[in-house]
Ligand binder design. Sequence first.
Ligand code: ADP
Length: 398
Amino acid sequence: MLHILVINAGSSSLKYQFFNMDNREVLAKGICERIGAGGHMRHSVAGKVVLEKDTDMPDHSVAVENVLAALTDADYGVISDMSMVDAVGHRVLHGGQKFSGSMVVNDAVLAAIEECIPLGPLHNPANLMGIRACQKVMPGVPQVAVFETAFHQTMPEQSYLYAIPYEYYEKYGIRKYGFHGTSHRYVSARCAELYGKPAEELKIITCHLGNGSSVAAVKGGKCFDTSMGLTPLDGLVMGTRCGSIDPAVVGFISEQTGASASDVVTMLNKESGLLAVSGISGDYRDVSAADEAGNHRAHIAREMLFQSIKRYIGGYAAEMGGVDALVFTAGIGENNDYLRQRVADGLEFMGISVDPAKNAGRGEDREISAEGARVRTFVISTDEELMIAMDTEELTSK
Ligand code: ADP
């Protein structure tokens, strides 16, 4: 039996899932929080919380020790010995231009992740802490890094370059990188499976709609364009992020208010999007409830979201010279039939049409297109952790 641990390390948290790769089952999962400032851990087996405790976790290594102790616990563990952890897969935010795929961790890979810190200043240092903690606690167990940016490295220059002086690209690596790559890769591959054709023959538009949201144009199984940019601020209207706006807004606000450029960018990341327009919340469910209760700003916030998604669908279909399939995924995309219907409404001219009965509610991965629609529309549950585990299995079994 092959067991893989998947780790998503944040600056003060560490989320994990433990897979039996023979049947791809999640045997256990959990989260360590408040690392470095106390420590709290929640561990569940088969969907049920079996352990919840406050325990001192001064650093990520102690958090990893706690995870291994939980996995091997005599009462509620799922393996008898930590030597049964065959490999560890790590989610890493930014691989810059260095990585177009997942990598077995070695010194050179660690150094490259470190070099990408300016591009992912909040996440890469935490991701590195997670990797180093596992190396320390589980010496000899192979570690794999899976990058959120990697899938988008196939974008052609006309998609990824910004029309600013070339030296900014050469000197500072300023270009579009894109994010949610693991999710776009997973759902586009799954879409091809459900479609019944090889991904190489398909043009797919994938809409990952969660707290952070992005759209990708996947042509022949490769990313052709995506809506997030140098950072995850660009593109769609999101929970608290503004998405694409006129970049002159930054300088203008800065001049008017005296706030620094970086303060303005923080405002655009944390105080904008659905939250700002609705004045209520950045959570789509809260905004929906307020809209349904007649709140005008909540209504406009949702309309802006729907319109921004349509804009990318239309744009990416045009860029790819057509579209065969449209995919909705992540928290909002998987769960909200109203959003899917509203996005599809009016796109009949390009062959997109959703069947209300198939679209209704939540559930399994499925096709929701109306009979005879030229573009097939799917709802697919994203599973980034499974994708990380699969990459880890593939790279470490070689
Ligand atoms: P993250 O980007 O943090 O991974 P998720 O993919 O979990 O986020 O998506 C979170 C978003 O999904 C929130 O805006 C939330 O309101 C929305 N969401 C979650 N469940 C539902 C639901 N049943 N109906 C509508 N929206 C939902």
